[in-house]
Design a protein around this ligand. Structure first.
Ligand SMILES: [Zn+2]
Length: 304
């Protein structure tokens, strides 16, 4: 089965056949989840510390192929207190073998969001699938000169001399990640607003450093009235509910990443808030429940 958006004559007239944006509200805060596309990655990336047979059985149980998985790549736009905040920026064109991602700018525009209307960018971390969209030709020129780019100080520092000794990535990825982060730091150094532990970007929009996935990995907590939603970036993957202790191949400190995941999932389950994450199936709005020692993923109903 393939849900590609390539135009098919039978559906003539539709711009895209599969929805790529989903709007919701968190109290007074407007939230739009936008899909940047999908990343095709080896199944082993899900859990490099799991027995391959056990990992394979999990994929079978989920009706997913064992070899190559399509990872969702979600980006979020938030409006609060007169600010329009882009949280992460998708893949851009940073890696030639991932051509089905990098649709962010076209999809923002289709949703009525012009690049000059963005007042802030928040980066959960500086892997290329989170910053690449800002490096696409012509994008920076269209962003406002007083744009603020918020990233943990520890993240910017890490990419000056990144450690890849604990990751398990396909060939070519470490070099591409290094180069992209380096280029990002040099192109956007004037816009960078590094924060230490946390920063309130706009009313009810709090970015908080977690570490783990990368040393400066951060999540964004939205709170308005009694409504709560957390954008977890790469702290939670689909497999992480049932197997929070499985190490994702892109985690630079896998043990700490697992601790961060468990802590966050426990908290979200306890306070019943909504979760959105980069690589959970679009639009990824869901809840978390505790299931014995692990967790259960509870997808939210579509509301439209
Ligand atoms: Zn990612």
């Amino acid at each position: 089965m393939s849900l590609d958006n390539a135009s098919r004559p039978v559906w003539k007239g539709a711009d895209e056949l599969v929805p790529s944006r989903y709007a919701l509200r968190v109290g007074e805060i407007d939230v739009l989840v936008v899909s940047d596309g999908v990343l095709s990655l080896p199944g082993a990336m899900l859990a490099h510390n799991a027995d391959p047979a056990v990992r394979g059985a999990w994929l079978d149980d989920m009706f997913l192929p064992r070899d190559v998985l399509e990872w969702a790549l979600n980006v979020v736009v938030v409006r609060s207190g007169g600010r329009t905040i882009l949280i992460d920026a998708g893949m851009g064109v940073e890696f030639p073998d991932l051509p089905r991602a990098g649709r962010l700018v076209q999809r923002l525009e289709a949703a009525g969001i012009d690049l000059p209307s963005l007042t802030d960018v928040v980066l959960t971390h500086m892997h290329m699938d989170h910053v690449g969209g800002l490096l696409v030709d012509g994008v920076k020129d269209r962003l406002r000169p007083d744009l603020r780019v918020h990233v943990a100080a520890a993240e910017a520092k890490f990419w000056e001399s990144p450690d890849f000794s604990r990751v398990s990535m396909p060939p070519g990825f470490p070099d591409a990640l290094r180069q992209t982060a380096k280029r990002f730091l040099s192109e956007y150094h004037r816009q960078l607003r590094p924060f230490e532990a946390e920063y309130e970007v706009a009313p009810g929009v709090l970015v908080t450093r977690t570490g783990g996935h990368t040393p400066g990995h951060s999540v964004v907590r939205l709170a308005s009235g009694s409504d709560r939603l957390t954008f977890a970036g790469d702290a939670v993957f689909q497999v992480g509910f049932e197997h929070p202790d499985w190490y994702n191949g892109f985690e630079h400190d896998p043990e700490e990443a697992a601790r961060v995941r468990v802590r966050l999932l426990r908290e979200l389950a306890a306070n019943r808030e909504s979760l959105v994450a980069t690589h959970l199936s679009f639009p990824s709005v869901c809840h978390v429940a505790v299931a014995g020692d692990v967790f259960r993923w509870v997808p939210g109903p579509w509301e439209y």
